[in-house]
Design a protein. Structure first.
Length: 594
């Protein structure tokens, strides 16, 4: 079976040359957004971006062309936009169509702008006074548990660390995660008040060691933000737990300290919830014979679910790296997986035609349905109990315009509660969930949309994540919310680096180059300084089919994120390039797959 796909302007031209006669096969696949067929076949079914196109009879050896377009004006920017998991279904037989086009991002070339004038560290330290000496060391020895955690990280990632150069630790009255590091020819002294400060001093020593002899001097270091995050979408693609641990290792080496774990979305709910076994068991795998079709997945059922024991292992791995894990349960939209398992989370009489940006019709839980609250409360309780960070991200992004307006049950609820719009009901719903979460002892978190609604939005001390840009974050901060800035134009690492059709990645927000990652101000207006508690990067997984595809997307761009999150003073774009070119983590390939 021969198959190829080519980009031609807005068109995706798929050519299928069968190795036998096939009677009226269905051409099935998913992709970055919903498709239409404009020639060569007729679209007969879709769920989100999953599409089935009825083809005419195909003759052995005779090429057949199908021309596809994305709906809603999307321009296919590169190879990542080609159909994912293409297959033919013919008389119940499933025939995978192997893609010829290479999958995944290629490592980005970094220009040679000469050496960086300073320590080879990302993020850069707050201050550095060199003594002029240096000391050649094989590695470090010291008895602090934080140093042992750095040594374990180095061993996992096969980085040089162990040796006999002595590192002493002293208590000092310094802020959380801050440290002072005195490097002399005889040994080093770390002063810190917290595990984080001692751990980051160890990370700094590790990083300097990878570059050659240790420079001697006095280094003071302190993060700008308490929240230095990275998100991973493990709903659209199931990542092996070992891959998540590799990402945590990479985050720690960049002094990031919050892992935002997005394990629930339209396509799957990938976490064990003991009192809702059907939820994760029925959505763990998609594809032939499963509840949901092959969404963002190759032919054959692929996927997986994280057990509570696996989650505990990941949380413990993160904790040793000074990282807290923020779980996201994603409500009320992005919930096709939940609504397929529990149809009574929707109003059967809802005649609304609203469709999500991803092409799902009716992907929101209905807050007027008692079952919705049973499911949400159970999830919030169990997930909240499992994750010791005591923060729970509730989702609330991209509720389709007009949701619930066609539901008589929701309309009755709105009348009773004096609500007028979809956003009002969303605000009411989020506030109700947040109240329960706060009662359980957790701090709610949510995407920026949760601030909408006539009730003032979600409230309850929620941290809001500003993702469409920074405007919503500024408004939320002025309305009294704490805000994490995660603007897609600068911090979404699933965006392609460039507009080259041979590049890889999404493009709906922007093409995000290395220097774009620092070309923004986390606090764009001085009056919200107290309210911006941090910055974060994101990686969404719609077009990722193999774990290893994420590394050249994340790196080198996570260097920019790390410098934004830690440094008070911005790096110059050319200095970021100079640091990236020589940096021991570029390109990052985890030891587990090297
Ligand atoms: C988002 O990117 N929908 C938060």
């Amino acid at each position: 079976m021969d198959y190829d796909c080519a980009l031609n302007g807005k068109d995706l031209v798929c050519t299928i040359t069968p190795d036998r006669d096939l009677a009226r096969p269905l051409f099935c696949f998913s992709g970055m957004a919903p498709f239409t067929a404009i020639a060569g076949g007729q679209r007969v079914y879709g769920l989100g971006s999953y599409t089935e196109i009825a083809l005419p009879d195909l003759r052995v050896g005779a090429p057949h062309q199908v021309v596809l377009n994305y709906v809603a004006g999307h321009n296919p920017a590169n190879r990542a936009w080609m159909p994912i998991g293409p297959l033919l279904r013919c008389n119940r037989e499933v025939i995978p169509l192997p893609r010829k086009t290479a999958l995944g991002c290629r490592a980005q070339p970094i220009p040679d702008l000469g050496p960086f004038d300073g320590l080879p560290l990302v993020p850069q330290p707050t201050s550095w006074e060199p003594s002029g000496q240096s000391v050649a060391v094989a590695g470090f020895a010291g008895s602090d548990p934080a140093l042992a955690a750095v040594a374990a990280l180095a061993a996992r990632q096969r980085l040089r660390f162990d040796g006999d150069y002595h590192v002493a630790f002293e208590d000092a009255d310094l802020p959380e995660d801050a440290y002072a590091l005195h490097i002399t020819p005889e040994g080093a002294t770390v002063r810190a008040s917290s595990y984080g400060g001692r751990f980051y001093a160890g990370v700094t020593l590790l990083s300097l060691l990878q570059d050659g002899p240790l420079p001697c001097g006095v280094l003071h270091d302190q993060p700008r933000f308490g929240w230095r995050g990275q998100h991973l979408d493990t709903a659209r693609h199931f990542y092996q737990p070992a891959t998540i641990c590799d990402l945590l290792d990479l985050m720690a080496l960049l002094k990031l300290n919050r892992f935002h774990w997005h394990f629930a979305d339209d396509e799957a709910f990938r976490l064990e919830i003991e009192c809702l076994p059907e939820l994760w068991q029925k959505t763990a795998f998609c594809g032939e014979g499963q509840l949901l079709p092959a969404l963002f997945s190759d032919a054959g059922a692929t996927g997986g679910s994280y057990s509570k024991d696996t989650a505990r292992m990941i949380i413990a791995h993160a904790k040793a790296l000074n990282i807290e894990v923020l779980p996201e349960i994603e409500t009320p939209a992005h919930a096709i997986a939940i609504t397929h398992v529990y149809p009574d989370t929707r109003d059967p009489a809802d005649n609304g035609a609203e469709v999500s940006v991803q092409g799902y019709q009716g992907n929101a839980l209905n807050p007027a349905q008692p079952k919705t609250w049973k499911v949400i409360d159970a999830i919030a309780q169990e997930v909240g109990d499992l994750f010791p960070f005591n923060h729970l991200h509730l989702g609330c992004d991209e509720l389709p315009e007009g949701t619930w307006m066609g539901s008589p049950m929701a309309r009755d609820l709105m009348t009773r509660e004096g609500l007028e719009t979809t956003q009002d009901l969303q605000g009411w719903t989020m506030a109700r969930i947040a109240a329960k979460v706060a009662q359980n002892g957790q701090r709610p978190c949510a995407w920026e949309e949760a601030a909408q609604g006539s009730n003032g939005g979600i409230g309850h001390g929620t941290i809001l994540f500003s993702w469409t840009g920074q405007g919503a974050g500024v408004a939320a901060a002025r309305a009294g919310y704490d805000v994490v800035m995660i603007p897609a134009q600068h911090a979404y690492f699933d965006m392609a680096h460039t507009d080259d059709p041979d590049d890889w990645g999404a493009s709906w927000a922007a093409f995000v180059s290395l220097t774009d990652t620092i070309a923004w101000q986390p606090v764009p207006e001085p009056d919200i300084d107290d309210r911006v508690i941090g910055v974060q990067g994101a990686f969404w997984s719609e077009f990722t089919t193999k774990d290893a595809q994420i590394w050249p997307m994340l790196m080198p761009r996570m260097l920019g994120l790390a410098s934004k999150a830690w440094q008070d003073r911005d790096l110059e774009p050319d200095d970021l390039i100079r640091l990236a070119r020589g940096h021991f983590l570029v390109p990052f390939v985890p030891a587990s797959i090297r």
